[in-house]
Design a protein around this ligand. Structure first.
Ligand SMILES: C[S@@+](CC[C@H](N)C(=O)[O-])C[C@H]1O[C@@H](n2cnc3c(N)ncnc32)[C@H](O)[C@@H]1O
Length: 259
C-alpha cells in the first residue's frame, strides 16, 4: 500500500475518473485521508479501491466528500470579518461605488451567505451577484438548498437569523432573497480559467491542502483576477510569503491588495 508506484498509479487513475489532480495537494495529508477512507470500506489495495470507485457511485460520492474537506462556518473568524466590514469594504466602495465579489472554495454556502447578509444589512452595493464556486458539486447542491442546523447558526446574530432564515423543524432555511444575491458554480481552482476584474476575492481554508508550488501559482492567478486596488481575503492559518512577487501587498492581517 505504501508503494510509490501504486500511489502514483492510483493518482493517475483517479484523475482520469474525476479530473481532480491530487498531486497538487500535500501528499502526507492526502495519503492519510485516502488511507483512512480505504479502511472504512475495508480495502487495503489501491487497485482494488480504484476498481470499487469506478463501479460504486455511492462510495465514489462519499470518497469525494471525504477528500475535499468541506467544513465551513458562517462569519468564520468573526474578527477578520469585522476588519472586512469596517475597513476593507468601505475603502473599496469609496473608490468604486459598488463591488464585485468571488467566494472561491465556498463549500456548503456559509461564506457567500454571510457576505449576502452583511451586504444587505449594511446596504453595501454589489455590482453583480456574488460568485460562489467549489470543485465539489455535492456541496454546491447543499449550498443551493441552503438548509442549516441550529448549531451551524451560532455565528449569526439573532436578529439576522430571524430576518434571513425561515425555520423548518430543526433546520433553518436561508431566505430566497439571499439566494438571489449569489451565483453558485462548479469550478476547479487547479484546472479552470479564473474570472477577471474582481474587487474582492475570498479564498479561505482551501489552499491549506495544496503544495507550496501550487499555492504560489494560485496566488498569482488570484492576483490576476483582481482589478488594481482589489483585495484578496485569506484564511486565519494562511499567509502569502512572497506577496510582492505576485503583485500583492499586505494591508491588514489576512488581507492583500493588488498593486
Ligand atoms: C474547508 S472548505 C472552506 C470553506 C470556506 N471557504 C470557509 O473558509 O469556511 C474547503 C473547500 O475547498 C474546496 N476545494 C478543494 N479543492 C478545490 C479545488 N481544486 N477547486 C475548488 N475548490 C476546492 C472543497 O471542496 C471545500 O468545499
Amino acid at each position: 500500500m505504501d508503494n510509490v508506484a501504486d500511489w502514483e498509479w492510483f493518482i493517475r487513475k483517479f484523475e482520469i475518473m474525476s479530473k481532480i489532480n491530487l498531486t497538487a495537494y500535500k501528499r502526507p495529508q492526502m495519503e492519510r485521508r485516502i488511507n483512512s477512507f480505504m479502511r472504512t470500506v475495508n480495502v487495503a489495495n489501491y487497485q482494488i479501491f480504484a476498481d470499487i470507485l469506478g463501479r460504486d457511485k455511492e462510495i465514489y460520492r462519499r470518497f469525494l466528500e471525504h477528500i475535499t474537506i468541506n467544513v465551513s462556518e458562517f462569519f468564520r473568524n468573526i474578527n477578520h470579518w469585522e476588519v472586512m466590514e469596517k475597513q476593507i469594504i468601505p475603502s473599496l466602495l469609496k473608490e468604486r461605488g459598488s463591488i464585485k465579489i468571488w467566494s472561491a472554495g465556498c463549500s456548503t454556502g456559509e461564506e457567500p451567505y454571510s457576505l449576502a447578509m452583511l451586504f444587505k444589512e449594511r446596504r453595501f452595493n454589489l455590482n453583480d451577484k456574488i460568485l460562489a464556486t467549489d470543485i465539489d458539486s455535492e456541496v454546491l447542491e447543499k449550498a443551493g438548498i441552503g438548509l442549516y442546523t441550529a448549531k451551524a447558526m451560532q455565528g449569526i446574530p439573532n436578529d439576522w437569523q430571524s430576518k434571513y432564515f425561515n425555520r423548518q423543524g430543526n433546520y433553518f432555511r436561508i431566505a430566497d432573497e439571499m439566494k438571489k444575491m449569489i451565483k453558485f458554480q462548479q469550478h476547479d481552482l487547479l484546472r479552470d480559467p479564473f474570472p477577471k476584474e474582481y474587487d474582492l476575492i475570498l479564498c479561505r481554508n482551501v489552499v491549506i491542502y495544496f503544495t507550496e508550488e501550487t499555492k504560489a501559482k494560485l496566488y498569482q492567478r488570484f492576483s490576476d483576477s483582481l482589478r488594481t486596488g482589489g483585495v484578496l481575503f485569506i484564511g486565519s492559518t494562511e499567509q502569502i510569503f512572497q506577496a510582492r512577487d505576485v503583485g500583492l501587498k499586505s494591508i491588514a492581517t489576512f488581507f492583500y491588495q493588488k498593486d
